[in-house]
Design a protein around this ligand. Sequence first.
Ligand code: ZN
Length: 214
Amino acid sequence: MGTPDDRAPLAERVEQLLSAEGPLTIVAAGDPVLRGGTEPYDGQLGPALLARFVAALRVTMHAAPGVGLAAPQVGVGLRIAVIEDPAPVPEEVRIARERVPQPFRVLVNPVYEPVGTRRAGFFEGCLSVPGYQAVVARPAEVRLRGQDEYGRTLDEVFTGWPARIVQHETDHLDGTLYLDRAEPRSLSSNRFVMERWSQPTTERAARELGFGLP
Ligand code: ZN
């Protein structure tokens, strides 16, 4: 976007981030960069720097570990995110949550819209909100449009857990955190989710904590 002069600060910021070795620092909730929305990606970084930035996002996502990471989470206000989920979960969880493996993907300028009316409510966490999880009811299927890291058109329907991941990451690019959409009464520490709410579905948590499910 804008003139070459406008582009320099973002590219410089990314260069500066990449000058350090290893995973990037993940920004925590409270930083306005997570709330300000993002500029559409329009070549601001150039192909070489974009490739290095995407590689750094991937390393950071793996190190966290997480299944998605959006540029604002490393302090960069560009409409770029990465996703990848090997989905190492038991069969009953895979079936209930439709958590199928999602190969690594780069989402550039993604937008999504629901497909159909089916919704699903499951615990979700965020690398920028460490220590807690909450149940978010989301469309079970979405159409995602945008580009990939090479500028090729992306237009694909995601279902189940991968649909949840692309919604969560795309929301980051609009300055939205999952907590904005969560059932407040479901908020649970990671420890509680592990010890009490690890069932394949969220029905028991909904009953005992007192929140609704779709
Ligand atoms: Zn997040």
